[in-house]
Design a protein around this ligand. Sequence first.
Ligand SMILES: *[C@@H]1O[C@H](CO)[C@@H](O)[C@H](O)[C@H]1NC(C)=O
Ligand SMILES: *[C@@H]1O[C@H](CO)[C@@H](O)[C@H](O)[C@H]1NC(C)=O
Length: 247
Amino acid sequence: MGTRRAQSLLFLLLLGAASLASVQNLNCHKGVFTSIEEDPSSMFNWTTEKVESCEGGSFCQESLLMVKAGAKTAVLATKGCIYDGTQAVTYVQHSPPPGIITVSYTSYCEDSFCNGRKDLQELWRPAETLEASRAPSTSVPFYCPTCVALGTCVTAPSLPCPNDTTQCYQGRLQITGGGINSFLEVKGCTSITGCRLMAGFFTIGPMWVKEVCPYQSLPQPRKTENGATRLPVSVWRFELLLLLLLQ
Ligand SMILES: *[C@@H]1O[C@H](CO)[C@@H](O)[C@H](O)[C@H]1NC(C)=O
Ligand SMILES: *[C@@H]1O[C@H](CO)[C@@H](O)[C@H](O)[C@H]1NC(C)=O
């Protein structure tokens, strides 16, 4: 119950009410970025030299989906005009660590070239920090095929799962909109049950995500030595993450 609440917790910061339609032309940074990164917080370059001129009454937007499985992180990002919505910054942690981490970020703003975020340092570092500090556990290790790839994974090595994960996830995300039309294959350890990596949030700015799991995730409840099933304890990690992000 608590875990579900945490997964669907939406961090929404309204910077202002919907603004009045502007008659002036708005210029926004424009670009589409899809890549697989080892270290997105220091390596991902979100600058673009392209410009889009929007009709009056719209916003500039920059939107991002990140999915980490094993050592790799898929980054799908877009910048440009958007014609409806509210001036706001949104950060959603769809699936929390340990295991597969899925987060999204969206910013809608109303001044020319305001969608100018250059990198992911503030958006991704907290998750990395938290993954490194795992609670001790007495459970028996298990393994999951682990990969993330644009299109299809070429290999999915079986890797040991972090403590507090409970099952193997295998799924495919189809991301469309904002100039993106990509499939993402994701496999790995998680504490999420079923085909719910996105935790019910499927819209990320102009991007729309469809989640399909061709194979049913196999629950692998972990047993302690006396045979009792352990429950994942990840709510506190999630709340810590939000605190770090707000600093
Ligand atoms: C990012 O890319 C732009 C060109 O697209 C380049 O001018 C800039 O130096 C790069 N920034 C970093 C930190 O590499
Ligand atoms: C899980 O916890 C045990 C006991 O503290 C530790 O030995 C093991 O390395 C941990 N496993 C992982 C994958 O962190």
